[in-house]
Design a protein around this ligand. Structure first.
Ligand SMILES: *Cc1c(COP(=O)(O)O)cnc(C)c1O
Length: 356
């Protein structure tokens, strides 16, 4: 499939900014080309705009080619690049599923791109018939999120393949939480579908949210286009260095992920047994979605006691929703203790359900 048809003409014809050091490959030289301060303080030079060392490591880790990778200042930057390379402001549109990650819509709004929102089905699967109804000749992009934020459910690869093979638009699968999932990554489908983009991040399981490092995995023709569009020095040298260091700690990463998954299952069982919640959804991410009639009061109760959760009260599908991140064992114990406290107070005060 020719991906050119999804890309805006001005982007296809873009003459990219040529970086100061693009033409020079040697290691030692006197650099008088970029107006830097020559006195070494660890960050006086511009960083590698291609992030070659980091890409090499990530390619090894993800089992893809370096030419299939794009590194962004967080996945949020890549989401923005994808919208801008496909959609003409005021003309083209994107499809998103709700409830889902709200950044797709914010980024589209900033770019004056119409968003067509499609409700997930009661089992949280995307309503593909509705997507087909809402699509038109100006639909350029469809966002999927698996495991989905805030529901925590994953999509089968067969379904993703089916959506890609229709070939009507670029399909983005946001896998920010894939390291916590049993379901395999959609990156395994890349050799079959050139209109597929997989987004991952170092912000969640890898523990580098503060560095801002998002990963796009796609056909090399597309990563080349995105590379030409991006601000040349979008990832700081400090972030590249620090990430390379932290990516060495693979064993620690695996242990932490295993522990968080164990804690997730412990919380799932405790929440399920608690009368506080109406429903607890199974999750393949590092958070659990629960619903309760008293979501706002419970949320406030926890916040006042220093435990911050995320209100995700999104009717009709997840009315009364709260998204709770899996913390350390001690943090989770504190949460469970507070829930018992709440239960006692709730029963004692005979509080009326609000907002039901
Ligand atoms: C947290 C999250 C991200 C990560 O964004 P970064 O900019 O890489 O930190 C991406 N997508 C979803 C659905 C998320 O929940």
């Amino acid at each position: 499939m020719e991906i050119g048809k999804f890309i805006r003409e001005n982007i296809r014809n873009l003459q990219p900014y040529s970086c100061a050091r693009d033409e020079y490959q040697g290691a030692e030289a006197i650099f008088l080309d970029a107006n830097e301060n020559p006195f070494d303080n660890g960050c006086n030079r511009y960083p590698d705009p291609r992030q070659q060392r980091l890409k090499k490591r990530l390619a090894q880790l993800k089992g893809v080619g370096e030419e299939n990778l794009l590194i962004g200042n967080g996945s949020d930057e890549i989401i923005d690049l994808l919208i801008r390379c496909t959609c003409r402001p005021g003309k083209d549109n994107i499809l998103v599923f709700v409830p889902g990650y709200s950044m797709y819509e914010v980024s589209a709004a900033v770019n004056e791109v119409e968003v067509r929102r499609i409700g997930l089905l009661p089992d949280f699967m995307p309503d593909l018939r509705e997507a087909e109804r809402q699509r038109d000749s100006r639909t350029r992009l469809l966002f999927l999120c698996s495991p989905n934020n805030p529901t925590g459910h994953t999509l089968p690869l067969s379904l993703i393949g089916e959506i890609c093979s229709a070939g009507e638009y670029l399909v983005v699968v946001d896998e920010a939480y894939i390291d916590f999932a049993e379901t395999p990554s959609a990156a395994t489908l890349l050799s079959q579908y050139t209109n597929l983009v997989v987004l991952q991040t170092l912000s969640k399981a890898w523990g580098m949210a503060g560095l801002r490092l998002g990963i796009g995995i796609a056909d090399r023709a597309l990563t080349a286009i995105l590379h030409n569009m991006k601000p040349p020095y979008n990832v700081s040298g400090i972030a590249q260095e620090k990430a390379l260091q932290l990516l060495e700690r693979e064993e620690e990463f695996r242990q932490q992920v295993a522990l968080l998954k164990k804690e997730r299952e412990r919380l799932f069982r405790a929440f399920s047994a608690s009368p506080v919640f109406r429903k607890v959804y199974p999750s393949e991410a590092n958070f659990l979605l629960v619903t309760t009639e008293h979501c706002r009061e419970l949320y406030a109760f926890l916040t006042e006691r220093g435990v911050v959760t995320r209100l995700r009260d999104i009717p009709p599908l997840i009315g009364g929703g709260i998204r709770i991140t899996v913390g350390t064992e001690a943090e989770n114990n504190r949460l469970l203790w507070l829930l018992e406290e709440w239960e006692v107070e709730e029963k004692g005060s005979n509080r009326e359900p609000v907002n039901s």
